[in-house]
Each structure stands twice: as structure tokens, then as C-alpha cells.
Design a protein around this ligand. Sequence first.
Ligand code: AMP
Ligand code: MG
Length: 332
Amino acid sequence: MPIKVKSKPDLSPKRIRKFVKPFLVPPGAKVRLPNDFDPASTGGYNREDGAGAQQILQAGITLLADYQARLAAQSTHGVLVILQAMDAAGKDGTIRHVMSGVNPQGVDVSGFKVPSADELAHDYLWRYQAKIPARGRIGIFNRSYYEEVLVVRVHPQLLETQKLPDGAAGQEGARDGIWQRRFREINNYERYLSDNGVRIVKLFLNLSREAQRERFVSRIDQPSKNWKFTASDVRERAFWDAYQAAFSDVLSNTSTKWAPWYVVPADNKWFSRLVAAAAIGNALLDIDPDYPTASSETKASLETARRELEAESRGGKRQGKTKNGKKKAGGR
Ligand code: AMP
Ligand code: MG
């Protein structure tokens, strides 16, 4: 089914909700990657309609910009967008494209790398909490506390660096307990955030193993992309199946009513950006922020200010005439 190019794409809340639905993980669903979600999916749209997709993406970007301005004016909700993915899935490009129309002053992007000694000396949510967006702002997490149940799970020796007290890292031989506990803690934490005005949108950019291989090769082939590639990227790729299993467990255990996961097909960049924009747009449409209307008192004081400004302008003209000599020159 090709994307229908209308003069104005349909971006009604109903249409957007319908568009993103196939990519949502229903709370409680058991997800098995790679079978349950196709990384190459384009939602039935085809590539030749790239221009149509581009038009919808542009309209979506404009919608995000408009709603971000309202979000800032209303200042009751923050929006937290979490991006998780394998390397080369397009996290950076998604941020760049989807947020391109939004006022940079209203958006904070936080990237999370291997934790520092100071960060490891705190509980594992500490460094993320510091970057939760304020009311009126959009915060984007390029990686997040989900690394604590992804990279740390795939490489459990990282747990040793976290200095957990005896027992808190899970008993020897029953280590799985810690991941279930962290899922519970993360769900509770996200519930707390959402109850307090932080709307959470979680995007898993679902890349296929073959597409990652191709993107790595192109990072090696193109000198301008060399900086994006390190030998450790290939070492991590060797753990592909372990990551797929860890992501499957994350999606199965942490997609909730208050903080749902979207599985964004990531093999085709044009389509993954469209889904990402729609998922964020869906959250903003749901909040439906608006410019606050002035109270009658505020309106009265605005009128007073207007009268003062207008009186100043009349005075200014008189002064101007005297100053530039028009009156003298033109007068008798
Ligand atoms: P990149 O985002 O490609 O620059 O890489 C950042 C690296 O930091 C990735 O290899 C992540 O797996 C790693 N990383 C991020 N968060 C954590 C964490 N909480 N514990 C350990 N490694 C992490
Ligand atoms: Mg990397």
C-alpha cells in the first residue's frame, strides 16, 4: 500500500495512533527477537514513495516543533525519549533528523557511556535522574539506564565494578534474580516519573545483523565515516545473540501502560525516522499542551502596559521631529 501523498498529510491524533500501533509492545507481551519484529519492515509502504514519506516526515517535524513550543508554554509535563539499539542502528541520525525543526533551547540530549568512578560509587539510576527533563522540555537519552540490563547483563563482569553489597548482585548460581529485580525497579521508577509529569517514550531501533554488517563496512570504506568505527564494535557484534536475548527480555518485562516500548524497524533509515517522529508526536498529541490563557487580572495589566507604550510612542514622535529638525525646517 503506497503512502498517499495529499497536499496536507493526515496528522490527526487518530491517524498517528493507528500508524504507530503495530510498533508498540503491548504490556505483558512476550517478545522474542528477531522473530517477532521485522527490522526491514516499512509498514507496508514502499521505497519508491520515499518522497511521500519525506513529506509526511516534514509535516511530522513541523508538528513536533509546534507542540514543543506549547509544551514549553504550558510547563506541566516533560517528555523523555529513550533510544536504545545495537551499534550503527541510527540513534544519532534519528535525533538529528527528527528534532531538526524543534527549537534547540527546548531540547536536551544526554548520551551515556561507560560509567565513571564517581557514577559507579552511586546507585545505578543516579546519573540518569540528574538528566530527567524539566517541565516544558524534551529530554533525549542516547542510551539510558536500560544499559544496566543490556550491556551489563551481556557482560556480567561489569557488575563487579558496581560495588554492590553482598547479596545485592544476586546469589552465585542464581544471578538471574538481579535482572528481574532491576526490571521491577525500572518499572517503578518510570511509574514515579510518569505520575509526576514526565511522559516517557521508549524507542528500540531494531537493526538486523546483516544491515549492521553492511553499515560497519561502509564506515570502514568511507574515510569520513572512519571516526564512527572502532575495533570494539566488531567485538560487541560477536555477542549479537546474547544482546537479542537481553533486548527480548527488556521488551517483555518493561513495556508498561505508563512507559511503553516501540520497536522501530531500523534497516531503512527513511522509515525508522518516520516511526520515531510519529511515536514522539503521539506522546505530545496525547499531552495536548496549550498556551496558557491570561487571567482577567493579567489582561487588565497588559492593557495598562499597552497604554503606557502607546503614550511613549506618541511622545517619541514629537521628540523625533524636534530632534531631526523636520519641524523647524518645514515650519515657518
Ligand atoms: P557509544 O554510544 O557508541 O559512544 O558507546 C558507548 C559505550 O558505553 C557503549 O559500548 C555502551 O555499551 C557503554 N555503556 C553505556 N552505558 C553503560 C553502562 N551503564 N555500563 C557499562 N557500559 C555502558
Ligand atoms: Mg559506538
